[in-house]
Ligand binder design. Structure first.
Ligand SMILES: [Mg+2]
Length: 156
């Protein structure tokens, strides 16, 4: 359950064509340190470009545990997709909510995120394809640093 089905250095390194061929129609992205650094809500031109392309092939939802809903809304609005803050990952209800919004099934969905104990564990529990990416910025908070250490130990 803690095993990502796929891993990539960043979202820009994911083979989305391959996902499409494998029958994935719905993408659920984590936001912080997956799409953008934790402390900003700015969308890079690179991210904007990727999402414009992805929207042609997939239905997308943003699922974040961020405690700042206004910031998450800014990001979602800038990308032109729906999102949810305070989602409650890795609990199954978080993923059920996203699937309901997307109108998809777990089998046709992929969860993409940087945290093993949130994004990947929850995505696997929900029966989705899971892709773990490297966090954009190194962690500064001790609890998250410890979690990264644990993640790396487990992944090895
Ligand atoms: Mg994250």
């Amino acid at each position: 359950m803690l095993h990502p089905k796929d891993r990539a250095d960043s979202i820009y390194r994911i083979d989305f064509d391959c996902l499409k061929k494998e029958g994935i129609k719905y993408l659920i992205f984590d936001i912080d340190d997956t799409l953008i650094p934790r402390k900003t809500h700015q969308i890079s031109p690179e991210l904007d470009k990727l999402f414009k392309l992805l929207k042609k092939d997939f239905k997308i939802f943003l699922l974040s545990n961020s405690i700042r809903p206004k910031r998450i809304k800014k990001v979602a609005d800038a990308l032109g997709i729906e999102g949810r803050a305070l989602a409650g990952k890795p609990m199954p209800f978080a993923y059920a909510y996203a699937l309901k919004k997307l109108g998809g099934t777990p089998k046709e969905s992929a969860m993409i995120g940087d945290q093993l104990f949130m994004d990947i564990w929850g995505g696997n529990l929900a029966g989705m394809h899971t892709i773990m990416v490297k966090n954009i910025l190194p962690e500064t908070f001790w609890l998250r640093q410890w979690m990264r250490w644990m993640e790396n130990k487990l992944l090895k």
